[in-house]
Design a binder for this molecule. Structure first.
Ligand SMILES: Nc1ncnc2c1ncn2[C@@H]1O[C@H](COP(=O)(O)OP(=O)(O)O)[C@@H](O)[C@H]1O
Ligand SMILES: [Mg+2]
Length: 322
């Protein structure tokens, strides 16, 4: 029997989604092999709740003491979207303690969480990316910089955000200033990116039993102007078509690019690569190294389409690290 800490929560706008992901993981863990402990990580409070009592984690060794019993963990199931679970911070901590975890390592997590740095690296591997500028708070002439390098419409995003929080699509020059201010409220750095017209495709890739497996490619069709927060989390605001209704060759190409990026970026666990497909090219948007795994999330649907139950997904992720 292995003790598994499911870490969930985190310090970003994705807190609630992460708690839902964590609970779903707990619910589907194979109890014949694993003993799950759902640990909520929020700021410096890391706690486990049992019968409405809170037990706090000893951060010296990531252990729990319940009564006289000290509980150590054999592995961590990472269900934290956003900081500190998706950006390398917890990865560094668990590396130092020698506790294995289900997601990518420190460097891959930190790189991929920085949208601009990640795009530069991915472009270096020959993948198409939208033209963009990376701006820091206090940079003089942000608007002029955007005007000099990019054509409207553009997307303005916090550089290290998620769930489309603080993000806007700007169609008119007069709206740029407000969009920059909104994004800078969320982050000290932002990325402004040219809008790419096309279909939104996403591909989940997982490492399991010595193989790198690409799940069926999925199309995201948003009822909003783009896949914004509402489209992501309000039922009925976006449709996810698994497998995507695209020619087999297109899906194959998408999987091939994704498996290649998975290997090049040294990913672990399950990650999701997002693209805009123009009909000719795949433009890489971002990689989610801790993608949502609530009952309504895309990854479990992809896994189902591949022939795996939710429990299979959890078990296979844990078997890779134990
Ligand atoms: N350059 C772009 N061209 C077209 N659509 C985009 C572009 N950038 C973002 N989007 C849309 O915005 C959504 C969120 O952007 P993304 O970079 O994935 O941020 P987040 O990390 O918040 O999910 C995407 O799923 C897509 O619908
Ligand atoms: Mg995204």
């Amino acid at each position: 029997m292995y003790n598994i800490a499911i870490v969930a929560g985190g310090n970003s706008g994705e807190y609630e989604i992460s708690m839902k992901s964590g609970k779903q993981v707990e619910l589907h863990m194979d109890l014949k092999k694993f003993r799950p402990f759902l640990i909520e990580i929020r700021g410096t409070k890391w706690n486990y709740r049992l019968e409405s009592k809170s037990f706090f984690i000893d951060k010296n060794d990531f252990s729990l003491t319940i009564g006289k019993k000290k509980i150590r963990f054999d592995a961590v199931f990472n269900a934290i979207h956003g900081t500190p679970g998706e950006d390398g911070k917890l990865q560094g901590y668990f590396d130092m303690l020698g506790i294995p975890y289900t997601s990518c390592g420190l460097t891959t997590s930190a790189l991929s969480f920085n949208k601009s740095f990640c795009k530069d690296v991915v472009a270096g591997y020959g993948t198409d990316v939208a033209r963009s500028v990376h701006l820091y708070k206090g940079d003089p002439g942000a608007e002029a910089e955007v005007a000099r390098h990019l054509r409207l419409p553009v997307f303005v995003k916090p550089n290290c955000g998620g769930s489309s929080v603080g993000m806007s699509k700007v169609n008119l020059k007069k709206d740029l200033k407000t969009a920059l201010a909104v994004a800078f409220k969320e982050d000290d750095e932002i990325i402004v990116e040219e809008f790419i017209k096309g279909r939104e495709l996403t591909c989940g890739v997982i490492r399991s039993k010595g193989k790198t497996i690409a799940f069926p490619v999925t199309e995201i069709i948003s009822k909003k102007e783009f896949f914004d927060y509402e489209a992501k989390y309000q039922p009925g605001m976006a449709e996810e078509v698994v497998p995507a209704e695209v020619p087999a060759k297109v899906a194959e190409k998408c999987r091939e690019i994704s498996v290649n990026l998975f290997r090049k970026l040294n990913c672990k666990g399950i990650v999701r690569f997002d693209y805009i497909f123009t009909g000719k090219k795949f433009y890489f948007l971002e990689v989610n190294t801790v993608p949502g795994i609530t009952s309504a999330s895309i990854v479990p649907k992809m896994a189902n389409a591949f022939g795996w139950t939710y429990s299979d997904l959890i078990t296979n992720l844990l078997n890779e690290i134990i």
